[in-house]
Structures are given as C-alpha cells and as structure tokens.
Design a protein around this ligand. Structure first.
Ligand SMILES: Cc1ncc(COP(=O)(O)O)c(C=O)c1O
Length: 433
C-alpha cells in the first residue's frame, strides 16, 4: 500500500463498508420488541417497569424511573433536588445544550464554569469561585464517558450544602474508584438515544437512592400525580407536572440492549486500547486521558491537536478541520462533538427563556453574566478537538481499531513531511470526498 494519503489520491486505509453501524440488532432485540408490539399495553407497560428494575440493579441504584429522554430525566433531577425559582445551578460551560437548558425549565439560573482541558470535564478547582448564597446544586457531566472527580465534587457540595446532579447521559458503565457513575450524587440522568452506549432509539432513566427525591421527580414525570401508572392512579395533579414517561416498545428495546451492555463495553474497552497504542506517540496529537482510578466507557474517543507543533500558526480550527478532512478521506468517520461553548447559545446571550427576561429578571433571581471570554479553556477545546464514536463500537473489532490508528498516523506523517502551513494550504484546495 502506498504512503500517499487518500486525499492526495492514495488508497484509503479503511475500506468502504468496513465500519458497521451502531447499535447491532440481533434475535434478542427482535424477540422482545416484537412481543411488546403484539402485546396489549403500548404506553407505560410491563417492559417499562422491568427496564427500571433491571437498570437500577445494573447501575447500583435504589430507584429508577424510565423517561422519554435524558433531558426529561435531567429536569426531574432539578425538581427532585428541590431547585426552584431563582436558584443558581452550576454547570460546565461545555456540554450538550440540555445539560444547561434543563435548569431553565424550572426557572432556575445556570451558572457556567470553565472546563479542564485534559479531562474535558468541569474544572473542579473553578467551582467554588462561582458559588453564591443562591447556589443550590452542581450538575456534573461525565463527558464522553469519563467520570468527573466525584470526591472533590462531593466535598465542595458538603461544604456549601449543595445538591449534586450527575449528567451521566453519555457515561453508562463509566467508573470512578470502581463505582459506577450515577451513584455518587443525589440523583442522575442517563440517555438512551441513537448514539449512546445503551440505545433504545430515544429514552432515558432517572436514578436516585433518596426516597424524597424519587417522589418529587416522579410527580414531575407524570402530570404532577403521586401514583405511577402501575399503581391505582387518581389522575390528580398535586404539583406542576410534565409527561415524561417512556413507552413499552422503547423500553423493550432498551432491555434487550441492556442485557448486552456489559459485553459491548468490554469490546469498546479493547478497541480503545488498540487505538490508544497506535496513536500514543504521534507528535501534536493528544489522545484522551484516563486518570488513575477512572474507567472510561469510550462513548466518544476524543483527541486534542496542537497545530503549532507542526509549524502551523493560523487559527487552530482551520488546521483541525483540515486534519479531519484528511482522516475522513482515509475512511474514518471523525467529527467535532460540539463546536461552541454553551454560554454563547442564543438562549443565554439573549436571555430568552420564558419571555420578558424570565427567569433572569424574576424578583427572586440575581442576574448573571454569560460573557464568552470567561471560558477560554472550553473555547480552546472547541477549536482543537475531534473524535469518533462508532468505529470503536461492536460489531467493529480490534482490526477496525487498528486500521483507524494506522489512518490517523498516516495523515500526521504526511503533515510532518510537508510542514503545517504548506499542508493546510494544499488541503484547502481539495474538495471533501
Ligand atoms: C451530556 C448529555 N446530556 C444530556 C443529553 C440529553 O439526552 P437526550 O437527547 O436523551 O434528551 C445528552 C444527549 O443528547 C448528552 O450527551
């Protein structure tokens, strides 16, 4: 095979069709989903209650409530923790939109904290400076499947009497000190959407060990009622409630995937180790960091690049985009996860939550600033990262992981040979294939 990279006309490393889609579907999925379809309870049916029980057991939680999304479960966390009008909730400046917008759902005020570049998670050393007398909770996001340092979070929370909410939407099976995420805070949210390590199409799970939090979250989940569909409902709204329940077909799919999740995670772990070995010594390319005592679930294998180490001194993201273009041409589907930091989203810049300035100008709230320059690390991360999900997921195996590593190495060797500036300007003339 020639060393010419695919974007200059060389042969691509990963052949078309080699990387298989996620998630794999087999007889286990077909049997349980079809049985649900042929059953007579398509709303909150028997698969929903079974899914809750099985997930709670798998993760090590006392209570679980299955929802129609991870975002619903996050909103339930806010309410379960007793957060309300004007309360400030700390959240990382880099995450999925709803890690922060779930705070607005209950008229609370998001307060952003910059991230730590290495782990890509909230910078635990910058949390205390954002705590005020209005702070009620901290949302930690175990981003891309790497847990946050929960000892530090829980010690800050204890000192300031704050609730801890874990956004574990991407982190099924990730561990901190041998314990699964979703068991450290007061409550947690998981997502089961298409791309997650546990996929049921859409859907989510709220988990907690605290009965009071469970009961509050349960009311929000189903019209403000106190009884679950499996109980004798009185259809009475005792508090403000939404309709966040899951349905039987989706829960059936989730149960099938949950029964295979440990096997999936082991394969991801092996594949990630193979890729890590291949890319660990490439100059200017930093693979994800897994600190001692942490177990990554490899939801997303995310790199940082350092353009200056190749003699490129233009905008970081131009170099990064050029690198991604060349790697994609080798047959590896790499991408940017989020290209912007959360405080720059229009909903925060324009403060257009519930209209007329609410909740920021509510008499119980204190206005906060969302100046983008306050989050320089998260901004740098946006411009210098790229990553991948499916190539490391089963049915893709170690052979695929190895070829992914070969493809990445081949591209960086080419940049080294030509020099960063020249390489980027040559690449700018090539149309993406
Ligand atoms: C970190 C994070 N939080 C929250 C969510 C929201 O989950 P969902 O799409 O199931 O509402 C997602 C996924 O989209 C996520 O990645």
């Amino acid at each position: 095979m020639s060393n010419k990279i695919a974007i200059w006309g060389g042969e691509k490393i990963v052949p078309e069709g080699m990387i298989k889609d996620w998630p794999p579907i087999d007889d286990i999925d077909e049997k349980i989903v079809l049985a649900s379809l042929k059953g007579n309870n398509h709303s909150f049916g028997p698969n929903c209650t079974a899914f809750e029980k099985e997930f709670a057991e798998w993760n090590g939680n006392k209570y679980a409530i299955t929802t129609n999304s991870g975002t619903a479960a996050l909103h339930m966390c806010i309410v379960g923790c007793g957060c309300g009008v004007g309360d400030e909730i700390i959240v990382p400046a880099y995450s999925w939109s709803s890690s922060a917008t779930c705070i607005l759902h209950h008229n609370c005020i998001p307060v952003f904290v910059d991230i730590d570049y290495e782990t890509m998670n909230i910078d635990v050393d910058k949390i205390e400076e954002k705590i005020t007398e209005k702070t009620k909770a901290i949302i930690v996001v175990h981003l891309h499947g790497l847990a946050v340092n929960m000892d530090k979070i829980n010690s800050i929370a204890k000192r300031y009497n704050l609730k801890v909410i874990e956004d574990a939407c991407q982190a099924h099976g990730a561990k901190y000190k041998s314990k699964k995420v979703g068991t450290f805070g007061d409550c947690a949210a998981f997502s089961f959407n298409q791309n997650k390590c546990l996929c049921s199409g859409e859907g989510g799970m709220f988990v907690t060990d605290n009965e009071e939090i469970y009961n509050k979250a349960k009311m929000l989940w189903s019209f403000g009622e106190t009884r679950r569909p499996s109980e004798n409902r009185d259809y009475h709204s005792y508090s403000l409630g939404w309709m966040y329940r899951n349905n039987d077909l989706t829960a059936a799919f989730g149960r099938a995937q949950l029964s295979k999740l440990d096997k999936y995670l082991k394969i991801q772990d092996k594949n990630a180790a193979v890729l890590m070995e291949k890319v660990k010594d490439i100059p200017g390319l930093k693979p994800p960091v897994v600190p001692e005592g942490y177990k990554h679930n490899w939801y997303n294998f995310t790199f940082h690049i350092d353009p200056a180490s190749y003699g490129y001194f233009g905008p970081d993201k131009i170099f990064r985009d050029a690198v991604m273009k060349a790697i994609r041409a080798e047959g590896v589907p790499v991408g940017i996860w989020q290209s912007f930091i959360l405080p720059t989203m229009t909903v925060f810049q324009a403060k257009n939550g519930y209209g007329k300035g609410c909740p920021w100008n509510c008499p119980y709230s204190k206005d906060v600033s969302y100046a983008p320059e306050d989050y320089p690390v998260a901004q740098k991360h946006c411009d210098t990262h790229f990553g991948m999900t499916t190539p490391l997921r089963t049915p893709n195996d170690e052979k695929v992981a190895e070829l992914v590593g070969v493809a990445i190495k081949k591209v960086f060797d080419d940049i080294k040979e030509k020099g960063g500036n020249k390489w980027v300007s040559l690449l700018e003339q090539v149309k993406e294939q």
